[in-house]
Write a protein that binds this ligand. Sequence first.
Ligand code: SAM
Length: 234
Amino acid sequence: MTEFQDRVKPLLTGVPGWLTDEEGEALYELAKRCTGRGAIVEIGSWKGKSTICLGLGSRAGNGVRIVAIDPHTDYRFGDFKANVERAGIADLVTPVPSLSQDAANGFGEPIELLFVDGSHEEGDVRADFDQWVPKVVDGGWVAFHDTTWTVGPRRVVGERIYRSRRFKDIRFVVGSTTVARKVAQNSLADRLRARYVLALKTAFWLGSSMLKKQRRLLPKSLERIGRRVLRALQ
Ligand SMILES: C[S@@+](CC[C@H](N)C(=O)[O-])C[C@H]1O[C@@H](n2cnc3c(N)ncnc32)[C@H](O)[C@@H]1O
């Protein structure tokens, strides 16, 4: 059993959200590795599932604070706060009840880990990229959710991460997250790896879309093997 399954999964019980276990674990591990060179920023918190993964990772690591940006319209802010408190990470989390595009100008700190899962409209994702990624320190990490089926994030990360000279150690996490480390300049090997991961992500996306269209579900055991193979290939 991994640390995530042991310590985090039980605290996610009853918290709705779209993250797969692999994605939750990736956020947990990335936050745990943060050293404090910058804040952890989350765009799009909803009811706090990803915030909890980041917060517990940070707690297991160096206690880097999490700035959680979401306009939290209607009843959801209460649910978000209750879930974050129940997970025991409220002291690490600063909620910013705002659109990310409005919050960007007033945020002057460096960022060590940026998780983007806010508006999925292409223009908004581009604005998030333009406004927030420059604040990420070199050597810091970015993670974008919904980079397979959802056209906005998929296009933006395709252009600005997979085909960029500013990212290395790119990874696709099942079901839809792209993770990458920002650098001053990547190498040819990094760029080739990026294209390879992009091909794997595309194969996963098209393959699972086809199965969905035919309303076919893989047996759980086969699905598990597929996920393991995808991880091993990266
Ligand atoms: C898919 S949900 C986030 C899910 C969350 N990360 C989780 O793990 O459960 C998207 C969230 O983004 C928020 N959102 C939408 N547009 C936004 C914007 N422009 N800036 C910040 N947050 C936004 C919505 O209010 C919603 O709560």
